[in-house]
Write a protein that binds this ligand. Sequence first.
Ligand SMILES: [Zn+2]
Length: 283
Amino acid sequence: MKAATLDITTAARDGHYAVGAFNVFDYVSMKAVISAAARLHSPAIIQISARTAKAIGPVLIAQMFSDLAARVDVPLALHLDHCPDVQLISDVIDAGWQSVLFDASHLGFDEARQLTRAVVAKAHPRGVAVESEIENILGVEDGVGSNEARHAYSVEQLVETARYTHTDLLAPQLGTAHGLYTSDPVLHPERVTEIRALTDMPIVLHGGTGLSAAEFRAFIGAGVSKINISTQIKRSYMSAALADLGSAREAERWEPLPVFDAVAEAVSAAVEPLLRVFAGKAV
Ligand SMILES: [Zn+2]
């Protein structure tokens, strides 16, 4: 069932677990994540990159989500991931999505604050929650972001900005990065503790792919309430499609539907153990 992103994430914060936010790319992967969440009786956030939102269209995505969410009784929200494009955010609000990440990490401090505050002022009257990012998470995700740390602020500056902008969820830099890790990241769960000492706003961990269960637990223990997973879903999706297409070619089997089944199974299989870890259960 459809639920507000803020309700899902504050329940996670109060229950000392994290809700998984999984990037999906089409109906097949969206359905696979929702099925996995329903099987585990777990809330989940269905996350869409700005690129995917533009490719499919915010209205069609909202319709697919509404149809699938109505079939299960776990709380689900539709969320726009990293978006610096104010027009796309406006289109998504009009289409009835539950929340957006306004990515202001490419802007200077003052401009980021002003623009984030303006986005929140547009979103809140429509019941849409805003995740804010003014420090950049390392790595490039679907054409958004940078591999260089451009903006880094004190936790006091982050919290003061979140208050000033009336942001709902906060995405600070925590040492993680988008994409696959080529060396061990230096993680900063203590930054979560420091922020949580100043505010009870739900905190978001980006770049979750590749972290161990113990690393997730450290972040959740420190107070992270939403964990984003994108790269792992992409890899599961593409690997399953590749394997199935390879066997289809060998068998001269030119039927598309089995590819979708293989992809759905792989995406669900990637999501389920993560949902268990985020819920604080043994894998
Ligand atoms: Zn991210």
